[in-house]
Design a protein around this ligand. Structure first.
Ligand SMILES: [Zn+2]
Length: 401
């Protein structure tokens, strides 16, 4: 028996049928759907009419161009609405407007310190959302979902940030309550590195169910994809490797971390810690990008510090590999752009310290979606929600009422 057909038959609701179309770029015909679902032609006709009527499916572009009898192919209507996305980092933010295929139609960047608090930061986000809608000639009512990611732990169910170490004034702040009402659409809030991990997995490694995303920016964090889903943990705090404590031989006194503890991974290897150490060594650096430039230029102190950071990151990642056994580790964040120095160091420690079984098929790669991994991941999470069977049924019911 064909296992593909068996799996598809389990979900023959309009939403289940729409899901068949999501994974094929050039669309499907009625006959394809009959064959893949085992449903009768009459039922398939009804389902497709509902999906076409709700604007969720449209005739494939080549059919629209053909003057003669169309071949009857249909594709997902990527222009059914738009998504607004905001990837908020420690020192900068990126906003984007996407179609329902997750393609970025326009985007903005801004320098913005997250510790100035939610009012200041979200004002910038809201202003950019307005600009993006104007630029792409969309109305507020075209917005089907908003996604926001932040550099701190999030209670995913409520969209509230929880006790974030670096996000002054954001604790328990209601982000959906602030940005949602104008557009009357769902708002999803997640930790930045979770969104990055999901984007990487869905768009670059769809065949990989277990992926670890390591972000080395101002701070250090990981996003875990286990069994094809984001593993957020009981309270949204999973993957916080930046605050694992490590012992480093050449350090008499472990450095103070932003979280209040001492000797954390990011207190040695985060971008902010490299800036601190370079300044102590007499270098004129203020930002993580300055530190990245210095490492790339081959400055001996900067390279030595980057190598030490790589070894420490390797220890934390090796522990994560032993615990989660990912197939792919994707590395992003500003410090992932320091040539091979950092990668080579992390790889060496991970392969030395992890169990052979866990590294047998492990790939350690640079994120190819970065710096858009966050917004791309948010778009995928939102589209999952929009195409969830119950929401598809709602859109059809609204039309038929
Ligand atoms: Zn810490």
């Amino acid at each position: 028996m064909d296992t593909t057909n068996t799996a598809a038959r389990a979900e023959t609701s309009p939403g289940g049928i729409l899901a068949l179309f999501r994974d094929v770029a050039d669309g499907l015909t009625k006959t394809d759907v009959v064959q893949q679902t085992g449903l009768s032609r009459t039922t398939v006709n009804q389902r497709l009419e509902g999906l076409l009527g709700a604007g969720l499916l449209v005739p494939a572009p080549e059919d629209a161009r053909t003057r003669g009898r169309p071949a009857g192919r249909f594709v997902v209507n990527r222009d059914r609405g738009v998504l607004l996305l905001a990837d908020i980092g420690a020192t900068g933010l990126r906003t984007a407007i996407c179609d329902l295929a997750g393609e970025v139609r326009a985007e903005r960047e801004a320098v913005c310190d997250v510790s100035t608090g939610p009012e200041a930061v979200l004002s910038v986000v809201e202003e950019q959302f307005r600009e993006l809608l104007t630029e792409t000639a969309h109305a507020d009512t075209d917005v089907l979902g908003i996604g926001v990611d932040v550099p701190g732990p999030v209670d995913f169910a409520t969209g509230r940030v929880v006790s974030p170490p670096i996000m002054t004034g954001w604790d328990r702040y209601d982000i959906p309550g602030r940005v949602g009402p104008v557009y009357g659409c769902p708002v999803l809030v997640d930790k930045d590195v979770n969104a990055m991990a999901y984007g990487e997995q869905r768009l670059r490694y769809p065949e990989v169910d277990h992926l670890l995303m390591l972000k080395i920016g101002t701070g250090v964090g990981t996003g875990i994809i286990a069994g094809g889903r984001i593993h957020r943990g009981a309270d949204g705090a999973a993957g916080d490797v930046g605050h694992i404590q490590v012992t480093v031989e050449d350090t008499k006194e472990p450095p103070l971390c932003r979280c209040g503890n001492t000797g954390c991974v990011e207190a040695f290897a985060g971008g902010w810690a490299l800036v601190r150490d370079l300044r102590t060594a007499g270098h004129d650096v203020t930002t993580v990008d300055d530190a990245v430039r210095l490492i790339r230029s081959g400055d001996p102190t900067a390279v030595r510090l980057a190598r030490r950071a790589a070894r420490i990151l390797g220890i934390a990642v090796a522990d994560a590999v032993n615990m989660f056994n990912p197939r792919v580790i994707a590395i992003g964040g500003q410090l992932a752009h320091t040539d091979e120095q950092l990668f080579a160091g992390i790889r060496e420690v991970v392969y030395r310290r992890s169990l052979p079984l866990a590294t047998r098929n492990l790939q350690i790669v640079r994120s190819t979606l970065d710096p858009r991994a966050g917004v791309m991941g948010l778009s995928q999470l939102l589209v999952d929600g929009i195409y969830a069977p119950h929401r598809v049924q709602e859109l059809i019911d609204v039309r038929e009422r």
